[in-house]
Design a protein around this ligand. Structure first.
Ligand SMILES: Cc1ncc(COP(=O)(O)O)c(C=O)c1O
Length: 338
């Protein structure tokens, strides 16, 4: 967990699993890029490394770093800070996974929990206020600021997006990216603009998230959506698919039960959105989902019957008109299909 790449090292590519799925009677390819296999267990491992490299030259080893996070961007900087022997404070909220908090604390980081809802469906605004208060108290603290630091989208424009393009051998497809700060989606957008892959780039946001201009509402799933507009995508993104929490959870359980692949809540939302796109257009036969993390961080939420009952969710259910045909990590793409 405390592995730290050197200044010129990159991260190894994360695996991509190709599923054959029949949707509305038509066979399609669904590619899942499993970012939970990054060194710090999520796509934020990439972001954290880029943020660290951006601020490393101005970190005061006595004061260290601070960041606001729903969890994934707490663990990765905690590991990097521990390896560089600098203090790190993670400002989290009550939805942060217990498993992540355990690991963050085990790495020696300080955890500050903000438990006042921000009135926009989450806790982000309160977390940011707490970060600012900590910076006022201790001006030598450095805030990596995943919400505005251009190193966040840059990590995905130069790393994640071209890696997916290579792994899918340049095939035309819909590419679905989940939104929180908007950094990943903005990075993918830049890659599309600069390198022109034959992609339909689709944003997937939580119902109730204002990240891309939607109306605010309650958001029970951690790490997915935002209480304020994305600084990286001030004009939003089209097309964007909004996913309700229950749909994301149902698809997580369906995926586990039909393929043995355990993903986090926002990945469930991505797959739900991909299935909707497939249903909407018979000519769409290929989609890739950038799955931000794995099931390990959601054992006390998505994968807990107690949590699901408390949130009025029924649990596992078949998805009408959807059938898994094959789970395969390799093999030829469907010729001529989009
Ligand atoms: C669980 C989860 N969902 C969604 C995202 C997308 O986040 P962002 O828009 O901040 O890049 C991430 C990023 O790591 C994540 O960890």
């Amino acid at each position: 967990m405390t592995w730290v790449p050197g200044p010129r090292d990159g991260l190894a590519p994360t695996p991509v699993v190709r599923l054959g799925v029949e949707v509305a009677g038509i066979p399609r390819e669904l590619w899942l890029k499993l970012e939970g296999y990054n060194p710090y267990g999520s796509v934020k491992g990439r972001t954290a490394l880029a943020l660290w490299r951006d601020v490393a030259g101005r970190v005061d080893p006595g004061a260290g770093l601070v960041e606001s996070t729903s969890g994934n961007l707490g663990l990765a900087p905690a590991a990097l800070a521990a390896a560089h022997r600098v203090p790190f404070t993670a400002v989290v909220d009550p939805r942060t996974s217990a498993a992540l908090l355990y690991d963050i604390r085990a790495l020696g980081a300080r955890v500050v929990t903000v438990d006042t809802p921000d009135g926009a469906g989450g806790y982000l605004l309160g977390r940011l206020a707490r970060v600012r208060a900590l910076l006022d108290e201790r001006p030598a603290l450095v805030w990596t600021d995943q919400y505005r630091n251009p190193a966040n989208p840059a990590a995905h424009a130069s790393g994640t997006a071209p890696e997916l393009h290579r792994q899918t051998r340049g095939a035309p497809m819909s590419v679905l990216v989940a939104v929180s700060t908007g950094g990943t989606l903005a990075g993918f957008r830049r890659y599309v603009a600069e390198s022109g892959p034959d992609w339909e780039l689709v944003g997937v946001d939580a119902a109730g998230s204002v990240a891309l201009g939607g109306p605010a509402g309650p958001r029970p799933l951690s790490g997915f959506g935002s209480s304020r507009p994305s600084a990286f995508l001030p004009d939003g993104h089209r097309p964007t698919v909004y996913v309700e929490p229950e749909e994301a959870v149902t698809v997580c359980l369906w995926l586990r039960d039909t393929t043995g692949i355990g993903v986090g809540a926002s990945a469930g939302a991505l797959v739900a959105a991909a299935l909707r796109l497939f249903r909407a257009d018979a000519r769409r036969t290929r989609a890739a989902c950038l799955c931000p993390d794995g099931a390990d961080r959601y054992l006390d939420t998505v994968y807990s019957p107690v949590w699901r009952r408390a949130h009025g969710m029924t649990g596992a259910a078949p998805l009408p008109g959807v059938r898994v045909l094959a789970v395969d990590g390799s093999g030829p793409l469907t010729e001529g299909a989009r």
